[in-house]
Design a protein around this ligand. Structure first.
Ligand SMILES: O=P(O)(O)OP(=O)(O)OP(=O)(O)OC[C@H]1O[C@@H](n2cnc3c(O)ncnc32)[C@H](O)[C@@H]1O
Ligand SMILES: [Mg+2]
Length: 173
């Protein structure tokens, strides 16, 4: 079965390949239909769902996957957040969120001025292409957890939910 991921970002495509390693996995650029820099759990989740639905609709009988990064407040502290969505060929939508990490105040201030986190992170970490490699989560965990590993965890949550619902359908059917 083919898995179409709504991004060409290697951290996302590789995470799906790692978890669905027996399947055909391809990246497809589709719009998230939310802000380039989502600013809440809800907006980030909808970005993931929008991407997954477009991927699932792009071909017959395939799975669509959307992975979306964003930021969200808990009280007055800004966190990095991540969401994933999987749409099965029958149109069922599964969602899961990833690990969160606190973002420093100076990054929050730049984000509030409308700058995307990807660009901010490169300047902050004095590295290039952070969003396509270790990610903000890699930088702020001293490279203990990469963006790809975090997305792989989200994919595990989605795969597990898909398997759970298939097993339960069998039991009740
Ligand atoms: O091509 P796409 O799939 O859009 O990949 P992206 O890197 O832009 O990823 P998102 O749209 O999901 O993320 C929204 C913004 O937040 C940035 N971002 C999210 N998580 C990040 C992370 O862990 N490290 C660096 N930037 C991150 C990202 O670069 C974007 O500017
Ligand atoms: Mg983006």
């Amino acid at each position: 079965m083919k898995f179409i991921v709504g991004s060409k970002n290697p951290t996302k495509v590789n995470a799906v390949k790692e978890i669905f390693h027996h399947e055909v996995v391809v990246g497809l650029d589709v719009p998230s239909n939310v802000s380039a820099q989502p600013f809440s759990d809800e907006e980030t989740m909808h970005g993931a769902i929008n991407r997954a639905k477009q991927c699932a609709a792009s071909e017959e009988n395939c799975f669509g996957i959307g992975l979306e990064g964003g930021v969200m407040y808990v009280d007055d502290q800004l966190y990095l957040c991540n969401w994933g969505a999987l749409v099965s060929p029958d149109g069922t939508v599964y969602t899961a969120s990833g690990a969160r990490v606190v973002l420093p105040k100076e990054i929050e201030l730049e984000l509030k001025q409308g700058v995307e986190l990807g660009g901010i992170m490169d300047r902050f970490a004095k590295r290039k292409g952070v969003s396509k490699k270790e990610g903000a989560i890699g930088i702020f965990t001293n490279d203990l957890l990469s963006r790809s590993e975090m997305f792989a965890q989200v994919m595990t949550l989605l795969k597990g939910q898909l398997e759970y619902s298939r097993n339960n359908e069998k039991c009740s059917g």
